[in-house]
Design a protein around this ligand. Structure first.
Ligand SMILES: Cc1cc2nc3c(=O)[nH]c(=O)nc-3n(C[C@H](O)[C@H](O)[C@H](O)COP(=O)(O)OP(=O)(O)OC[C@H]3O[C@@H](n4cnc5c(N)ncnc54)[C@H](O)[C@@H]3O)c2cc1C
Length: 482
C-alpha cells in the first residue's frame, strides 16, 4: 500500500499535522494503541500563549529563555511565541472549549516561571478536550485513513520510505513519500513517570537507527509534584495548583522553597525538583506535601475536578488534606533534531511534538509550552509538505504481509531492568558511576535482543527502543557532565 504521507502518532502533534495537510494527499494516521491513549490526553494545565494586551510576545519569549537557562534555539522560540496565538484561534474554531468567563473572554491561569496569566485551559482536562475535538474533526476528512493498534516497528528508506507495521500479529509493509513521526515521549524507560504507557521512545529510536541526527537526549524534565502514594503510579499534580497558590511543605509541614529560590513555589520545574531532593536530604525524610486546602472548597473542586477526583480515589480530600508528592520523570526536551519546518536531517522525514528537538525549550521546558510547540511545529511540517507535489508511482506497492518472525517469547524483565537502571542512574541528578554501570548492562540487553530468536512482536520492539534510548541518554549525559 502506498500513501503520500504517513503520520505516526495520534497525540496533539500527529492529529494537528493531519488537520493541516492538504486534501490532495492520501494520508495514513497510525496509532500504536487506541487513538486517544497518549500523553496529550493526560495534559491538565493548558497551553501557554500571548492572548491579550496585558501580555507581550517578549515576556513569553523571555520567560521561556529563563526557564531554559538561555540554551533555547531563539529563532525557533520566536516562531513559536509569535505564531502560537493563531493556532489557539484555530483550535477554538475547531470547537475546543477553553474555559471562559461570563462575558465569553478566555480565562487564563498562571503557572511556575510565567510572568503573566497566559495559560488557556479546559478545567484540568485540557489535553483530553483537545484530543476529542481533533479526532472528531479528522474523522470527517475523506483523504485520511486511520489505523489504530498498529505499531510502526521499522523504517527503511530508498526513494520511498518502507515501513514495517505490526497489526493483529502480522507484519505489513507500507510505503510512503513523506513520513511524519509524532510518537511522543520516553517516560516508560523510568520506573516513576507521569507519562502514558505508549511512551517508549519508538520514533526517536527508529530515527536513530535510520541515521537521523538526535539531539539533547540528556535534557530530561522531572516534574516536582507527582502524587506519591507508595506505588509505581505517578499521577500528576499540575503546575497550575501551585499557580493558584498551593504551598510545598516538608516533613514538619514547613514551607522550604524560599531557602532555595526567591521565586519559591513558582520557580521553574528543574529548580523545584532539585530543591525537593535537597530538602529530602537535609530532613532525611521523603515526606513532601503540596497544600491547597486553605482555598475555598468550591474553587478547588471547580478548577481542579480531575485532580480532586483522582486524589479522592486514593483517600485524599485535597480540599481538607495535604497531598503527598514526589518528583517524577515527566518530559523530554531532546529528540529528533529538526529545522524550523520540522524537517529532520533525513530528506522527507519530519518529526513533531515531544519526539522532536526544535530547541525551543532549552535545558528545561517552561510549563504549558509543550502543547504549544506541538501545535506550531506540526502545522509548519504540514505547510512544508503542502508545498510539494504528489508523486507518480513507478513501482507496484501492493500491501504485503507475513507472519511475525521468532520463536522465543520475550518477557518484561528487560523492560524492568532498564527502568531500574534509569531510576538509579539519572533521576533529577546524574549518578555518574551508576550511569557507567548502566550503559554496560544496557549493552548486554541490546546484544541479547539481537542474538536470540525472540518473537518480533510489539513487546520486543518496545524493549529494543527503550534500550537504545536509555543508552543514548546515559552516554549524552555523561558527555555533558564533564
Ligand atoms: C500528565 C501530563 C500532563 C501534562 N500537562 C501538560 C500541560 O498542561 N501543558 C503542556 O503544554 N504539556 C503538558 N504535558 C506534556 C504534553 O502533554 C506532551 O508533551 C504532548 O502532549 C506530547 O504530544 P505528542 O503528540 O508529541 O505525543 P503523545 O500525545 O504522547 O502521542 C504519541 C502518539 O504516538 C503513537 N506512537 C508512539 N509510538 C508508536 C509506534 N511505534 N507506532 C505507532 N504509533 C506510535 C502513540 O500511539 C500516540 O498516539 C503533560 C504531560 C503529561 C504526561
Amino acid at each position: 500500500m502506498f500513501y503520500d504521507v504517513v503520520v505516526v502518532g495520534s497525540g496533539i502533534a500527529g492529529l494537528y499535522t493531519c488537520i493541516n495537510l492538504d486534501e490532495k494527499f492520501k494520508v495514513l494516521l497510525l496509532s500504536k494503541d487506541k487513538l486517544d491513549l497518549n500523553n496529550t490526553s493526560l495534559a491538565q494545565g493548558g497551553i501557554a500563549s500571548v492572548l491579550d494586551e496585558n501580555d507581550r510576545f517578549k515576556y513569553h519569549f523571555e520567560d521561556t529563555l529563563i526557564a531554559g537557562n538561555y540554551k533555547n534555539n531563539k529563532k525557533h522560540l520566536e516562531i513559536m511565541v509569535k505564531e502560537g496565538p493563531k493556532d489557539i484561534e484555530k483550535l477554538l474554531n475547531i470547537g475546543v472549549d477553553f474555559d471562559k468567563d461570563n462575558e465569553g473572554n478566555l480565562l487564563k491561569t498562571l503557572e511556575g516561571a510565567h510572568s503573566k496569566r497566559r495559560i488557556v485551559h479546559h478545567k484540568d482536562k485540557t489535553g483530553r478536550e483537545i484530543i476529542d475535538k481533533l479526532i472528531k474533526n479528522i474523522k470527517n476528512k475523506k483523504n485520511i485513513e486511520i489505523l489504530e493498534n498498529a505499531f510502526l516497528a521499522n523504517i527503511k528508506k530508498d526513494e520511498l520510505f518502507k515501513l514495517t507495521i505490526l497489526k493483529d500479529n502480522k507484519n505489513y509493509i507500507y510505503r510512503c513519500n513523506y513520513l511524519v513521526l509524532a510518537t511522543g515521549g520516553i517516560g516508560k524507560i523510568y520506573k516513576y513517570t507521569t507519562n502514558s504507557s505508549i511512551s517508549t521512545g519508538d520514533g526517536i529510536a527508529m530515527a536513530h537507527i535510520l541515521g537521523a541526527n538526535i539531539k539533547g537526549l540528556n535534557l530530561i524534565q522531572f516534574h516536582p509534584t507527582a502524587l506519591n502514594i507508595g506505588n509505581n503510579e505517578r499521577f500528576l499534580i499540575s503546575e497550575a495548583v501551585r499557580g493558584e497558590g498551593a504551598f510545598l511543605l516538608n516533613n514538619k509541614f514547613e514551607r522550604f522553597m524560599s531557602k532555595y529560590d526567591k521565586r519559591e513555589e513558582l520557580s521553574p520545574r528543574d529548580v523545584v525538583s532539585k530543591s525537593i531532593i535537597k530538602e529530602i536530604n537535609e530532613t532525611k525524610s521523603e515526606n513532601i506535601y503540596l497544600d491547597i486546602s486553605y482555598k475555598d472548597d468550591g474553587f478547588i473542586k471547580n478548577r481542579f475536578p480531575n485532580i480532586y477526583e483522582n486524589c479522592l480515589k486514593y483517600g485524599i480530600d485535597i480540599t481538607k488534606e495535604k497531598i503527598p508528592v514526589y518528583p517524577s520523570h515527566h518530559y523530554l526536551m531532546g529528540g529528533i533534531d529538526v529545522d524550523k519546518n520540522s524537517q529532520s536531517s533525513i530528506d522527507k522525514l519530519y518529526a513533531v511534538g515531544e519526539c522532536s528537538h526544535t530547541g525551543v525549550h532549552g535545558n528545561n521546558r517552561l510549563a504549558s509550552n509543550s502543547l504549544l510547540e506541538g501545535l506550531v511545529f506540526s502545522r509548519r511540517a504540514a505547510e512544508d509538505i503542502n508545498k510539494k507535489d504528489k508523486i507518480e508511482l513507478k513501482i507496484n506497492c501492493e500491501t504485503k504481509y507475513r507472519n511475525i518472525d521468532g520463536n522465543i517469547e520475550l518477557d518484561n524483565n528487560y523492560k524492568k531492568d532498564i527502568q531500574n537502571i534509569m531510576q538509579s542512574s539519572y533521576f533529577v541528578n546524574l549518578n555518574k558511576n551508576k550511569a557507567k554501570e548502566g550503559i554496560k548492562k544496557i549493552n548486554y540487553i541490546i546484544k541479547e535482543l539481537k542474538n536470540n530468536n525472540y518473537i518480533k512482536n510489539v513487546n520486543y520492539y518496545e524493549t529494543r527502543n527503550m534500550a537504545i534510548i536509555s543508552k543514548l541518554i546515559l552516554e549524552e549525559s555523561l558527555k555533558n557532565d564533564k
